[in-house]
Design a protein around this ligand. Structure first.
Ligand SMILES: C[S@@+](CC[C@H](N)C(=O)[O-])C[C@H]1O[C@@H](n2cnc3c(N)ncnc32)[C@H](O)[C@@H]1O
Length: 203
């Protein structure tokens, strides 16, 4: 599908119009990701076209593989990050038969045994694509950490969105992230919409 709640055409159009407004967030993320020590292989989950992914960070890696639902993501990624080799796969990484599932992620972890994993502003979007009870979601987050085990991984994701007087809680501010290194950012998505983003890193 070209139009979807967590990405797709509307997101690409917004990104194209918003480059200068988004740049302070990209700069802050660049400094924070720069502190993350990893090997030479990276798996990106939900990168879209990598509009918020700092190019200096991506250039550190000898091999990058990306997984995203969006059929437009590879084309726009190559346009946005010209000259960067990324192997793209169109895949749903979190939902199976309309239920949250960690099976696809387990398969990716065994397919890429040496890679660091970066969840690229996707965890806060998952409940836009499907429905789960709050208790199921919180269990999913705990199980996500257990599944990642000792792997190098990081995520940056929406925690709260402020839009036109409304506050959206993305249900990511709880206990699940205990013991991880964190960073806090602001992303001015549109003139009316401010996203409080949190980064978490395994080290
Ligand atoms: C907000 S966008 C990511 C922004 C992006 N990191 C950037 O730098 O511009 C969220 C992305 O996650 C992808 N996504 C959402 N749910 C997904 C799922 N279940 N599996 C794989 N990708 C998913 C969407 O297609 C979308 O491209």
């Amino acid at each position: 599908m070209i139009f979807r709640p967590s990405g797709g055409m509307l997101y690409h159009w917004r990104a194209w119009r918003s480059r200068s407004r988004w740049q302070p967030f990209v700069n802050a993320l660049s400094a924070w990701l720069g502190e993350w020590r990893t090997g030479e292989e990276l798996v990106l989950i939900g990168p879209s076209a990598g509009y918020t992914l700092p190019v200096d960070f991506l250039k550190r890696f000898a091999k990058i593989t990306a997984y995203d639902l969006d059929p437009l993501a590879p084309t726009f990624f190559r346009r946005h990050h010209r000259g960067l080799a990324v192997e793209f796969h169109r895949q749903d990484v979190f939902w199976r038969e309309a239920r949250l599932s960690l099976e696809p992620l387990k398969e990716l972890l065994s397919r890429h045994p040496q890679a660091a994993f970066l969840f690229s502003n996707v965890l806060g979007q998952l409940l836009l694509e499907g429905t789960a009870e709050e208790s199921e979601w919180l269990r999913f987050l705990t199980d996500l950490r257990r599944t990642l085990g000792s792997r190098d991984w990081a995520s940056y994701h929406d925690v709260f969105t402020y839009e036109g007087g409304e506050v959206i809680d993305h249900l990511l501010s709880g206990e699940w992230k205990q013991g991880l290194k964190t960073g806090d950012f602001e992303w001015k998505l549109t003139p009316r919409s401010l996203h409080k983003i949190q980064g978490v890193r395994s080290r």
